[in-house]
Design a protein around this ligand. Structure first.
Ligand SMILES: [Zn+2]
Length: 362
């Protein structure tokens, strides 16, 4: 039995076996209705209600019934139901998974003023899912959705501006988009803002501010490898926060477990410099070795130095030279090619390469 609220401004709807007298939302009278009598908005609400009250033992059947509500509402012209039906096709909920159909439904919804569907359609175009790839169109859709205050779209727009996807690169605009997404509570934007402060993207560098954003991201459950590695580095080296080598190493070890290559290099640093642990160059070198295998330029350079000096590791100029060349290649070919970004590292590598050339010249 389906119950709806008799107050025309209240959209409470529920499907239940035991009768209910009062609306739990507004206290108004509830009345029983047949599903066929529902208007498009209430049909969509019934679909949402069914999605939220799925029974494990009857999952497929329940999903199909929810999708059917969205479909009937969509066929009556409801752009919100079109998006919900699109999600059913995207996730394979009550419908066979079909991204082309999903993208078509998002398109219909977006054309009829659904801001959230605008964002979803943008994602389809950004990656060419269920439709052709078109980054310019994705950028336009994200812009429209962000103007309608969709925080996910602001985040996506920030990425377009930061990396020049579908538009020219504009770091300042990227930073402002991330701020806007953060103000709408999108946790992934906190991480992006941390990186902006860390690298000086669209604003001046500030390790203090970067730390605060990373911390905020972490407290919102963003505990991926990158966040843990950043927090670990900040605590270990006392960047933007009071130095706490124990906490730093704890985060770094977690980051390594979750697959961060850079964290292996920083852990190596903690052993080389005796931060939070007794200094041990051999252990440091072992961590650098692992990070160097993943082409972390800093690790290649530190390891090259240790091989060239021959004090703690057996001297091996061939290895040192090869590692140095890899560090140099990393910032010649990667995005981090600016000399200004890594002045110390680059200067060190160049110094070492020059030394090799002098030795060979002799
Ligand atoms: Zn009500």
């Amino acid at each position: 039995m389906i119950y709806i609220c008799s107050d025309k401004d209240c959209y409470y709807i529920a499907e239940r076996d035991v009768p209910l007298l009062k609306c739990p939302d507004c206290g108004g009278e509830l009345k029983r209705v047949r599903e066929e009598m529902l208007d498009p908005a209430r049909l969509n609400s019934l679909g949402v209600w069914r999605m939220q009250h799925l029974k494990r033992e009857n999952l497929e059947e329940d999903l199909k019934k929810a999708a059917a509500c969205f479909e009937r509402s969509y066929l009556l012209g409801n752009p919100i139901a079109a998006e919900n039906l699109g999600l059913c096709y995207e996730r394979g909920d009550g419908r066979e998974r079909n991204m082309a159909v999903a993208a078509g439904l998002y398109r219909y919804a977006a054309e009829n003023g659904n801001i959230s569907a605008c964002y979803r359609l943008g994602i389809c175009y950004e990656y060419g899912i269920g439709t052709e790839k078109d980054e310019h169109l994705a950028f336009e859709l994200f812009t429209r959705s962000a103007k309608g205050c969709d925080g996910r779209a602001s985040l996506a727009l920030g990425q377009c501006y930061e990396f020049g996807k579908g538009t020219g690169t504009d770091k300042r605009q990227a930073y402002l988009c991330y701020l806007s997404a953060a103000s709408m509570g999108i946790p992934q934007a906190y991480m992006c803002l941390g990186n902006c402060c860390h690298e000086g993207v669209g604003r001046e560098k500030s390790y203090e501010n970067a730390f605060l954003w990373y911390q905020k991201a972490f407290s919102c459950g963003q505990n991926n490898a990158a966040i843990l590695s950043n927090l670990g580095e900040y605590y270990l080296l006392g960047k933007g926060v009071k130095q706490d080598t124990r906490t730093g190493r704890k985060y770094l070890k977690e980051a390594v477990k979750k697959g961060s290559d850079y964290a292996m290099y920083i852990l190596g640093q903690s052993y080389e410099r005796g931060l939070g642990v007794k200094a041990n160059i051999k252990t440091a070198a072992a961590w650098y070795e692992k990070a160097a295998e993943k082409n972390i330029a800093e690790a290649c350079y530190r390891l090259a130095l240790l091989y060239a000096e021959g004090e703690y590791l057996e001297q091996d100029m061939g290895k040192a030279k090869e590692l140095c060349a890899r560090a140099e290649a990393d910032f010649t070919y990667s995005d981090n090619s600016d000399l200004e970004d890594f002045p110390e590292l680059k200067a060190g590598v160049l110094r070492l390469l020059k030394k090799f050339r002098e030795l060979e010249g002799r």
